[in-house]
Write a protein that binds this ligand. Sequence first.
Ligand SMILES: [Zn+2]
Length: 393
Amino acid sequence: MKNETKKLYDLNPTLRTFQAHVLECVPKGKQYCIVLDRTAFYPEGGGQPADRGVLNFANILDVQEKDGVIYHIADRSFQTGSLVSGGINWPRRLALMQQHTGEHIVSGLAHRLYGLDNVGFHMSDASMTVDLNGELSAGQLALVERMANEAVWQNLEVKVTYPSERELARIPYRSKKELTGKVRIVEVPNYDICACCGTHVTRTGEIGAIKVLSSQRYKGGTRLTLACGKQALRDYGEKLASVSSVSVLLSAKPAEIEQAAQRLLQENADAKRKISILQQELFQLKANAVSPGCGKILSFEDDLAPAELRRFALILTERCSAAAAVFSGNEEQGYRYAVADAVNDVRPYAKELSAAFSGRGGGPKELVQGSVHGLKKDIKLFFEKKLFHCLKG
Ligand SMILES: [Zn+2]
């Protein structure tokens, strides 16, 4: 049974460098698993990722805890008994502590104001989510966010204590499970009391800001995505850059881009409607140029969408009183087609086209559509053999 590692981060979460003795160093693949007598490296646990950093000249790639012993995964080996210096990747740790402490305040408020429990917590370098076992309205969520930031502005001390069992019985703390033995209580006065083994900032002001990025229904409750401190600032920067680009694109002030986008969408919808009307007229004019009842027709058209191909094929078949085949596309990317006939079954065309031009297609007996790959002259020949008359091209 190994001795438990002394956890320097436990009572001093701001400790960035430390010295320790190597108790064990075991090769693990191309890496080494190191046990020290004491450490400031936080091991993965309680929803918080493991610290990164250096031990002398070695990089610490992961940190895990088992039965109170902390294992550091490093890319270099160490002599047992040697004295080593450790350094935590502090910018990263601070960001994680800002996130973690912000999460406590939001969860504490959701609990205190609306009786909701935090039933899931995920934190990474990039994002953080909190799962609550109930729903929050937009107004309730806004209140939680505002009060959480008030807790930041008050710059409250974040207290860490190990109460006796008797004291613990009287403390209304949040916990995901029944705890026994030594319980670590993390308190943000007036906002939250929670059993937690993670690292937190020492005063709430260090969190900087707490922002709810999104709220969605999740497993009968709510999943909140939160950004605190540096992550909130980064998120704000990314969103500001995005809004600024859109503002330039739409020639609208940042505060007015929503209305500008709505206008653009409306203009786009109006333009599409007009194009559709004009196209229908154009199809009709082209069809009128064909002698009524002239027999089977083939036509190649520029840039028609599948729905437009269908419409034109139906107009043509009505005019020529026989099958009408309409193609659009090119030899590089292939052709789309529609073949229509009000009287005869056109499904054999789809089948034969697919076989002849490695294509695919199908549909009901009066209208088939699909795509083919081949030369325009070969497609024309295919239809000429079936006595189609080519309109143009
Ligand atoms: Zn915590």
